[in-house]
Design a protein around this ligand. Structure first.
Ligand SMILES: Nc1nc2c(ncn2[C@@H]2O[C@H](COP(=O)(O)OP(=O)(O)OP(=O)(O)O)[C@@H](O)[C@H]2O)c(=O)[nH]1
Ligand SMILES: [Mg+2]
Length: 417
């Protein structure tokens, strides 16, 4: 199955918890704090791989969860950092934010990596909280929670040349004769159901990549035939080979029809240079060929006559394409959209009388990392809230001493100092 658009859910690993522990040694009556830090949670990383051609694997398992970091231990032992989860994807995978549609990354090079979810950092052990005024901190941090998010992956193949044209025109036959690809060929429309890439060798060292896509028919933009969604796979080509079948009605009309469908999909696409290839010349008379030449005279296009099936005229097409490619700019990467860092302003909302909720990603994260079983923690946390100026925000929102404030998954009683 060929899949070129998926939504996935990912969750990176949470950081491991820090440890609270004190040194115990023979003859050392009161050892200092020696609780180690927790390890980092696993990142989730995408890796572009030229051996993949579809997003089908993501379709079947849309959920990815990386491992959590290990707990810190006594004797200052650091928890184990979790292994990162590396997921392979085809070249040309575009990562998008499902809410805004913003492009986060375009993976265009084999081996390229992109971190889609950051592993949480490990919590600090109590050894880190020792200070001149606090010799025996029992205080430690829990690990930072992993990131949980949804992402859209869209495959927009990368190729130098896209083969376009009506269904049954002989596009796949052409690809099979000029490249290493073995697409399915048959005498009925819509033989090709998914894009196929082939490499065309030129001379001893040169080559270019050609993409064969499913055929178009009139009304493809309205969903007729296989529709025109597959055109996304020629968005990133530098020129088209437009295969025209002279045995299927009026040649010039068919040519215009395909160009119109392209324009409906995306104006930019219809402006790309084309090499028009009139195929199946083995079925044409000299007179018919002359008439076609005449019909195309006024159109400013490069036109070639071939019989793909009988391998006639193919070398000339390859030469023409190669020489045009030399003059054309490389395939463009899709630039990530500018996504402004959301300014995080804490908000207090009254849930009901005497109960309020504080919304703030940053503070919620802090709460998740604190060990409230330890009596010291509440004091530390209250000082943190004060330092962040949240005391004032609570007062402004009418929070009274004795009221409850919910932050993340915990509740606190508001007290004035
Ligand atoms: N006589 C003749 N037949 C050809 C030629 N090229 C292709 N064909 C035939 O045309 C039919 C369609 O060929 P395909 O290569 O599958 O056409 P396509 O454009 O890929 O078709 P779809 O994938 O369905 O859009 C097959 O029966 C081919 O054998 C040619 O040069 N001469
Ligand atoms: Mg085909």
């Amino acid at each position: 199955m060929f899949i070129d658009l998926v939504t996935i859910k990912v969750k990176s690993g949470s950081g491991g918890s820090g440890m609270s522990s004190f040194r115990r040694e023979k003859y050392v009556p009161k050892g200092g704090p020696d609780g180690g830090d927790g390890g980092r949670g696993g990142h989730i990383i995408l890796e572009a791989d030229r051996n993949l051609t579809t997003l089908v694997d993501f379709h079947y398992s849309g959920h990815y969860t990386a491992k959590d970091g290990g707990k810190g231990a006594g004797a200052n032992r650091h928890g184990r950092n979790a292994e990162d989860m590396v997921i392979k994807c085809p070249i040309g995978t575009v990562v998008k934010d499902p809410q805004t549609g913003a492009v986060l990354k375009d993976l265009t090079v084999h081996g390229e990596l992109f971190r889609i979810a950051r592993g949480g950092r490990g919590g600090r052990g109590n050894a880190r909280f020792r200070s001149s005024t606090r010799q025996t901190p029992r205080f430690y941090e829990k690990g930072e929670p992993g990131e949980e998010k949804e992402l859209v992956l869209e495959l927009k193949m990368l190729a130098d040349v896209g083969i376009i044209g009506m269904a049954n025109a002989g596009k796949s036959t052409l690809l099979s004769k000029i490249s290493n690809a073995h697409p399915k060929i048959a005498d009925y429309p819509f033989t090709t159901l998914t894009p196929v890439l082939g490499i065309v060798k030129y001379g001893e060292y040169d080559s270019f990549v050609v993409a064969d896509i499913p055929g178009l028919i009139e009304g493809a933009s309205d969903g007729k035939g296989l529709g025109f969604d597959f055109l996304r796979h020629i968005e990133r080509t530098r020129l088209y080979i437009h295969v025209v079948d002279p045995t299927q009605g009026d040649v010039a009309e068919n040519f215009n029809m395909i160009n119109n469908e392209l324009k409906k999909y995306d104006r930019k696409l219809s402006k790309r240079p084309q090499v028009v290839v009139i195929n199946k010349t083995d079925l044409l008379t000299e007179k018919e060929i002359k008439a076609i030449k005449a019909a195309f005279k006024k159109k400013k296009v490069t036109i070639e006559f071939i019989s793909a099936k009988q391998k006639e005229g193919l070398e000339k097409v390859i030469n023409t394409v190669y020489n045009m490619l030399k003059e054309l700019p490389a395939v463009q990467e899709i630039q990530p959209s500018f996504v402004p860092e959301k300014l995080e302003r804490p908000v207090v909302e009254k849930l009901f009388d005497g109960v309020y909720r504080l919304y703030s990603k940053r503070v919620e994260k802090k709460v998740a990392m604190m060990d409230f079983n330890n009596p010291e923690t509440t004091g530390v946390f209250m000082r943190y809230l004060e330092g962040e100026g949240l005391d004032e925000l609570f007062r402004e929102n009418g929070v009274q001493p004795g009221d409850t404030i919910v932050i993340g998954e915990r509740e606190f009683v508001y007290e004035e100092d």
